[in-house]
Design a protein around this ligand. Structure first.
Ligand code: SAM
Length: 209
């Protein structure tokens, strides 16, 4: 992790009064509790603040106002807290690790969020591959949570949700981007050195059939 990222992560924790700055392997934390998800997970690391904001800048404000933000692999809650400074309708997070979930819950409850714009934050301990994604418009955030084998069923769950609306994916460190780019009709809206922003078609035969 570059020094500049480390110091901006520490600044975030100081300003928000939380602990999110760490690098941890899920399988070292609680292999039994996460089950098979552990075999596909990368590691815990919080998203670099400036890079999160640079990617979110590509999401139109009209969509932000209508959409639910979903952080897939919420970790200690940094991306959820950052998302709450935008006027999303709701901010959700799914985290498979019981201990990271507990830390995120405490962080969300105690954070001092400067310029909070969304107060409806919901954190769930579950497996993102099989979660019931909310209906309507979604801005889905991924900070490289898992491999292609786990991303595939996750995308199927997102695209197969009831009453789907517009779906955008903001993917930081898009190691498994090929899985998204093979969806019929997917559009690359923006690309930065550290991530990609996609607009998905409303339904996709390749995943829903
Ligand atoms: C790189 S961290 C991202 C943390 C957070 N999104 C952020 O940006 O600060 C990836 C997270 O994904 C979680 N994860 C991995 N596989 C998962 C799964 N199948 N379901 C839910 N969470 C998962 C890990 O436990 C880890 O907390």
């Amino acid at each position: 992790m570059p020094n500049s990222e480390r110091s901006s992560g520490r600044r975030f924790d100081h300003d928000y009064g939380v602990t999110t700055h760490a690098v941890l392997f899920l399988t070292d934390l609680e292999p039994e509790a996460v089950g098979d998800a552990g075999a596909h997970a990368t590691h815990y690391e919080a998203v670099p603040v400036a890079e999160f904001r640079a990617l979110l800048a590509h999401v139109p404000s009209e969509l932000v106002a209508r959409a639910t933000f979903v952080d897939i692999g919420a970790g200690m809650g940094r991306a959820m807290l950052l998302a709450s400074t935008y006027p999303f309708r709701q901010v959700c997070g799914i985290e498979v690790s019981p201990s990271l979930y507990e830390i995120a819950k405490e962080n969300l409850a105690n954070a001092r969020v400067p310029k909070r714009r969304c107060k409806d934050l919901r954190l769930t301990r579950d497996d993102a591959r099989i979660w019931h994604y909310p209906p309507g418009d979604l801005v889905v955030f991924l900070f490289n949570p898992f491999d292609a084998e786990a991303l595939r069923p996750t995308l199927a769950s997102i695209l197969g949700r009831r009453e789907p609306g517009v779906t955008w994916i903001v993917y930081h460190t898009p190691v498994e981007r090929a899985e998204i780019e093979r969806i019929d009709g997917v559009e690359i809206v923006a690309e930065e050195r550290f991530g990609v922003v996609y607009a998905l078609p409303k339904t996709s035969r390749s995943f829903c059939e």
